[in-house]
Design a protein around this ligand. Sequence first.
Ligand SMILES: Nc1ncnc2c1ncn2[C@@H]1O[C@H](COP(=O)(O)OP(=O)(O)OP(=O)(O)O)[C@@H](O)[C@H]1O
Ligand SMILES: [Mg+2]
Length: 325
Amino acid sequence: MSAALVEIRGLSVHARTEAGEAHILRGLDLTIGRGRILGIVGESGSGKSTLASCLLRLLPANISRVEGSIVMDGTDLLRLGPAAMAEWRGRRIAAIFQDPMTALNPLFTVGTHLVDVLRRRFPDLSRGAALARAEAMLETVGIPDPPSRLDAYPHQLSGGMRQRVVIAMALSVQPDLLLADEPTTALDATIEAQIVDLLGRIRRDFAGSMAFISHHLGLVAELCDDLCVMYGGLVVESGPTEAVLARPRHPYTRALLDCEISEGDTGRLVTIPGEVPPVTADVEGCIFATRCPHVAPACLAGQPPLASVGPERRAACVRSFEILP
Ligand SMILES: Nc1ncnc2c1ncn2[C@@H]1O[C@H](COP(=O)(O)OP(=O)(O)OP(=O)(O)O)[C@@H](O)[C@H]1O
Ligand SMILES: [Mg+2]
């Protein structure tokens, strides 16, 4: 991996809930390489969206504590004041979510959305120049007949087209980091594949890094240079996608892959027996111990740190080489 754009160390997020204190992230370490696409996978509840919210510093009100660091280009985002962070969100980090309507106002046309984003980001841009650039952005994201689409309202577009508009808005700010949290989950499989294909293609003109969160290991394998596997609020394995998938070094990654294979060509993750520990649970040993077929006394001593298990590869398992030769 080239130099890091983002280095997250020991990220813990706690929340107040009726059932007690929730440990949503439990000391997570993660690196996003410069100019790389990082895939983040893990079952529902593993903390993927919370991680994205931390990067954007848009956390729900009941979050009681955030610890650790998120260093991007030498700045710890967790230590920025609200105004400085808003500035980073508008310029350096852009995000796409599952539902494109979260980013679109039904009362405004596609053109208005794009021109607004462009002129906020580049205040010297004239309205005419912004419109021309908006048209070019629609072309880039594969929207047919851009001039007429500029006048369309969000409801006049299909879900896939709306997500393309949101991607165009995100790219318009020329961010250093594009965060995509399940951007294709609400779309049908064909459209999903087209959007992933688009994200792969735009990287030629996009100098930044991308973090692509998904349940869908097959898509991640296609799109992402690097892979990070989350479980129970932690990263349990990370490394170059091909190497991780060819030879997983954490039993959870192995289990995810086995599910994928047993699911055949649908490529969806099926469930692994058992459940992610509840966020309110205090976990003493390895976070995966309750579901791991290889659990041994050594696993219960404490959460194993993410340790080097090969070139640019890390895994959080004390038995890695014993059980996954
Ligand atoms: N504000 C909150 N207060 C209490 N618990 C929360 C809060 N936000 C998230 N959680 C819990 O933390 C865990 C992780 O949630 P998160 O949404 O980050 O997971 P995810 O990996 O994105 O899941 P999915 O794949 O379903 O989107 C879940 O158990 C969730 O219920
Ligand atoms: Mg989520």
